[in-house]
Design a protein. Structure first.
Length: 185
């Protein structure tokens, strides 16, 4: 009987370790999407700053400029940062047809082609990580893959804790819903 009890302890120990490890993981899939926000294009003009020196500038007439902006969803995992220019447009709440991953409010659609030196890679920039964890400048420095010929982002417009506007888009697997935030600069 003593030998049988010892054999049961090892599987129980393994199960306990696995459960403890997964309990420490943050699962954003069950987090509610932000409340819908309705804005006008003029409310969004200006520069929005993100992680490790990234930025998005929205100008009147639908002109967009990005600096060191990382890819959205699975394209984030490709390891590139883009600097370039293109266009932007605003979808009214309820009209976005790209899925529910960015919420039901106003959505900014951005399409950009890289500039001649479009890799960016400004690892010296300061700011929050994509999901608002502590800054990781070394991680930004490793994002050296060349950007694609064109990239698109769909950014949800949300209210921050102060009542101002922020943007976010999802990084890596959209089902996990890790958010990359951009705030007015």
């Amino acid at each position: 009987m003593f030998v049988r009890a010892k054999r049961l302890r090892l599987p129980m120990l393994i199960v306990s370790m696995v459960l403890a490890g997964t309990a420490a993981c943050v699962d954003n899939r069950t987090a509610p999407l932000p409340s819908p926000v309705t804005v006008k294009p003029a409310d969004l003009h200006g520069t929005w700053k993100g992680w490790s020196g990234s930025s998005l500038t929205l100008r009147p007439g639908g002109v967009a400029e990005v600096v060191d902006l990382d890819g959205q969803e699975f394209r984030f995992d490709d390891g590139w940062r883009m600097t370039g220019s293109g266009t932007w447009s605003l979808s009214e709440p309820g009209s976005y047809k790209g899925g529910n991953t960015v919420g039901d409010g106003s959505v900014v659609h951005v399409e950009v082609k890289p500039s001649a030196d479009g890799m960016g890679n400004d690892a010296e920039g300061a700011g929050q990580s994509p999901s608002a964890a502590p800054s990781d400048p070394a991680g930004a420095a490793t994002r050296t893959a060349p950007p694609p010929e064109k990239a698109t982002w769909d950014l949800s417009v949300i209210k921050n804790k102060s009542g101002g506007l922020d943007f976010f888009f999802l990084t890596s697997d959209p089902d996990v819903r890790d958010k990359y935030y951009l705030s007015r600069g």
